[in-house]
Structures are given as C-alpha cells and as structure tokens.
Design a protein around this ligand. Structure first.
Ligand SMILES: *[C@@H]1O[C@H](CO)[C@@H](O)[C@H](O)[C@H]1NC(C)=O
Ligand SMILES: *[C@@H]1O[C@H](CO)[C@@H](O)[C@H](O)[C@H]1NC(C)=O
Ligand SMILES: *[C@@H]1O[C@H](CO)[C@@H](O)[C@H](O)[C@H]1NC(C)=O
Ligand SMILES: *[C@@H]1O[C@H](CO)[C@@H](O)[C@H](O)[C@H]1NC(C)=O
Length: 176
C-alpha cells in the first residue's frame, strides 16, 4: 500500500471511526429512587448534582446518562438530550401529561413531565380535556348529576385540589 492509498482509506473511514469513538451510550431506562443517587455518584463523582438521565430526541425511546451543569427550565416542558446539538434542552409535555412547576434539568421527577392528566371516570363524571401542558384536565357532571361538594368554579372541578365526585340528583325542576 502506498501513502496515497492509506490517505484515501483514512479519508473514507476516519469519519466512521470518529462517530464510533464518540457514539453516545444510551440506555432503555433511568435509575429511580435510591438507585438514582448511587448512579449519580458513580457516573459524576466530581459533582453528583451534574448527573442527568433524560430521554433522547426525537423519539424518546432511549435515555442518556450524562454529567452536565443543571439548567432551569419553565413549566409545561421536560428535559431531553439533543444528539444533534449535544446538549440538554427542553420540549413540551405530551398531551396526556403536564408539568406544573419550573424545574432543574437534573430532577428525575420531571422525567417526561411529572404528572399524568386525570380522566374523570367516576359515575356521572365527564372530562374536560384541556390542551394545556401546565395544568390538569378538569371534570364536570353530566346531565342529572351534580357535584357532591360544590366546586370553586361552579361548573368545572379540578381533581388536583377538589373532590370531583358527582351524585345523581332527582330533577324536580319542572314540577311545581
Ligand atoms: C424536584 O422538584 C420537586 C418539585 O419542585 C422537588 O420537591 C424535589 O425536591 C426536586 N428534586 C430534586 C432532586 O431536585
Ligand atoms: C394544542 O395546542 C397546540 C399549541 O398551542 C396546537 O398546535 C395543537 O393543535 C392543539 N391541539 C388541540 C387538539 O387543540
Ligand atoms: C371555570 O373554568 C372554565 C374552564 O377553565 C373557565 O373557562 C371559566 O372561566 C371558569 N369560570 C369561573 C367562574 O371561574
Ligand atoms: C369524595 O367524597 C366522597 C364522600 O366523602 C367519597 O366517598 C369519595 O371517595 C371522595 N372522592 C375522592 C376522589 O376522594
């Protein structure tokens, strides 16, 4: 092999070698609870506050475990890893979940947004689906039913802070 050939081969394969060396190792899930703290100390011994386990863009079906200085993000979002920009950024919650407080990117409670939206499935209840990434859905009562305890709003009830049970009320409105 002469030098020209070696040079050409390097030129062809160097990017592949480079990609392999710096390929990001991904996992299928994050450690939770006590395991999270153990993993944080092992992965980021210089500062365990820097440990992040976040879903990877664009499909979120893998997670990355990485040491980075934590950043604050606004409510309605969750932290993700952008392989393209090699950084932690944030994206809006999926429609079935919500995030009602701003957070530091290393907070594992915010994994894909911290709370699942309520479905109002008790007897007589109906769900008001809200396209809202920072607040829960609301519940209301179907015809013939009323809240057991009057809700603050009158019509809608917030299952995060109120008891939204509906009870059957005999309708005697039209009988005098
Ligand atoms: C995550 O955020 C919640 C809500 O603000 C807070 O109670 C909890 O302490 C945070 N956890 C960490 C590890 O910062
Ligand atoms: C929800 O809101 C987003 C952003 O405001 C919008 O793009 C989307 O079409 C809305 N979806 C529904 C079902 O209203
Ligand atoms: C009750 O809640 C609905 C839905 O969020 C809102 O549009 C309406 O203004 C509220 N009414 C009162 C009296 O707070
Ligand atoms: C609401 O209150 C009723 C009566 O006290 C109780 O039976 C029901 O379990 C409560 N619902 C919730 C979701 O706490």
């Amino acid at each position: 092999m002469n030098w020209a050939t070696v040079f050409i081969l390097l030129w062809i394969f160097a990017p592949a070698l480079f990609d392999k060396t710096f390929a990001e190792e991904t996992f299928s899930k994050c450690p939770f609870g006590k395991q999270f703290d153990i993993e944080a100390e092992l992965t980021c011994p210089e500062n365990k506050e820097h440990f992040h386990c976040v879903p990877v863009l664009p499909y979120f079906n893998a997670v990355i475990r990485i040491c980075k200085r934590p950043k604050w993000f606004v409510k309605g979002t969750f932290p993700v890893w952008s392989p393209k920009y090699k950084k932690i950024t944030s994206v809006p919650c999926a429609s079935r979940r919500y995030q009602d407080y701003s957070y530091k990117s290393n907070n594992i409670s915010v994994f894909k947004c911290s709370r699942e939206k309520a479905l109002c499935t008790e007897k007589g209840q109906v769900t008001l689906f809200r396209n809202h990434s920072t607040e829960n859905n609301l519940c209301f009562c179907m015809d013939g039913y009323a809240f057991l305890k009057e809700s603050k709003n009158g019509t809608y009830c917030n299952p995060d802070v109120e008891n939204c049970s509906c009870i059957w009320i005999r309708t005697c409105k039209y009988t005098f």
